[in-house]
Structure formats: structure tokens, C-alpha cells
Design a protein around this ligand. Structure first.
Ligand SMILES: [Zn+2]
Length: 219
């Protein structure tokens, strides 16, 4: 999965909604926990920093609505973030992952700045640190899960000296192999970014910036 060219994720709100509709056939609703067709409330503005232009790019992201959650008195709408974004932050997760890989290969923080499209060294270091923490946390969960199912996973390989992100990627590969061994073809393979993003959502009470309150330039 390691790539020298940085793979920037192409995004369109229509294809994102289509993939969410497909997922809603098997995946439980994030608001009520039941499997049911996706219902959208609206689409809202969201921005990210584009490293090439060094400017903010505005996109639309969907907001889910759940009637069941509303009837139960629970939160009934929720923004759905594509997996290349970080909750409450302008930097793109795919760019931060690329930057972290470069850093693990010995690149300077300045190069990481260029990859992320950020001129503030402190912000870049903070994002790299948060990514490393998220990678460690997710790797720990996967390692424990795999240790509890030794019959499904090769455990002779030593992963400890690896950088956290690389270690997590190896554990993810091992997880997918384990799923195949278990004959669980129905299981959707989890992706690196979706796991890292989910881990960063857990910390959403501590927003990275005051970002979410910023309106789009033409609003
Ligand atoms: Zn629901």
C-alpha cells in the first residue's frame, strides 16, 4: 500500500451518497443502530486545505436523518464525513497519512508541510502526533482482537520495531487474511483511513481548531 506518488482522493458528493446507500443495506445506522435505508436530511458545506493551491476548497457533505432515532428522543441528524477528512480540522487525513509515511522514511517537517498544504510547523507537528496516537490506539485494538483469535492469524512475525502507522497497516493486512481464513467473505474490509478517522471522532470533544464555526466565503 505504500506509495511514492501521493494518492489524493477524488470526491464527489453524488458518488459518496451512492456508496452510503449501498452500505446502508448491511451496515447499521449510526444514529439508531438498526439496519435501514439511508435517509438524507440535507447537504452542508465543508472545506479542506488543498496542498497544491494552498487554499481552502469547499465541498458538500451529506447529513443523515433518522426517524427512528427521533422517535426515541435521540440525536436524529448527523453529518457524514468522507474518510479523507479529519473531524473538526481543515487538513485532509489522506495528506496527513502521506506526510506521516514520508516522515517515517526520514523526511523533514518542512516537506510534511508541503504535503499537507500548511505553513505552520506547529500545526503540522500536532497533526502528525495525533495521527500517530490514533494509529497506536487502533493498532492496540487490532492486536488484542488478533491475539484473542490466534487460530486465524499468523503471529510469528514481529511488528514491534515498526513505526506506528506501518505497524497498523501490517495488522490490517493480517486482519483481512484472518477474515478470509474464517470464510467471512461478507465482512467489508475496513480501511486504514476509516479506522483512523473513527479514532479521531472519539476525541471530537477536543476540537483541533475553531474550524467548524467558519462559514464558507460566499455564504
Ligand atoms: Zn436509524
Amino acid at each position: 500500500m505504500r506509495n511514492c506518488d501521493h494518492n489524493t482522493v477524488e470526491y464527489s458528493v453524488d458518488s459518496f451518497i451512492q456508496s452510503l446507500q449501498l452500505l446502508s443495506v448491511t451496515e447499521p445506522c449510526s444514529l439508531c443502530g438498526k439496519v435501514h435505508p439511508l435517509k438524507l436530511h440535507s447537504c452542508v458545506d465543508r472545506s479542506y486545505r488543498d496542498p497544491k493551491s494552498m487554499e481552502d476548497v469547499w465541498i458538500k457533505i451529506p447529513v443523515r436523518y433518522c426517524r427512528r432515532a427521533k422517535a426515541l428522543g435521540l440525536q436524529s441528524t448527523k453529518r457524514i464525513l468522507p474518510d479523507f477528512l479529519i473531524p473538526f480540522a481543515r487538513m485532509r487525513l489522506d495528506n496527513v497519512v502521506d506526510a506521516e509515511r514520508e516522515r517515517a522514511d526520514g523526511s523533514t517537517v518542512e516537506k510534511c508541510c508541503r504535503i499537507m498544504g500548511c505553513i505552520d510547523l506547529r500545526t503540522v507537528r500536532m497533526h502528525l502526533k495525533r495521527l500517530e496516537e490514533a494509529a497506536k490506539a487502533v493498532a492496540l485494538i487490532l492486536a488484542e482482537r488478533q491475539a484473542a483469535a490466534v487460530h486465524l492469524h499468523e503471529t510469528d512475525e514481529i511488528l514491534r520495531p515498526l513505526a506506528p502507522l506501518e505497524r497498523l497497516e501490517k495488522l490490517l493486512d493480517r486482519q483481512s487474511e484472518g477474515q478470509l481464513r474464517a470464510g467471512d467473505g461478507r465482512c467489508r474490509p475496513v480501511t486504514l483511513r476509516s479506522l483512523l478517522q473513527a479514532e479521531q471522532w472519539k476525541k471530537k470533544r477536543k476540537p483541533l481548531t475553531s474550524y467548524a464555526s467558519r462559514p464558507p466565503p460566499d455564504a
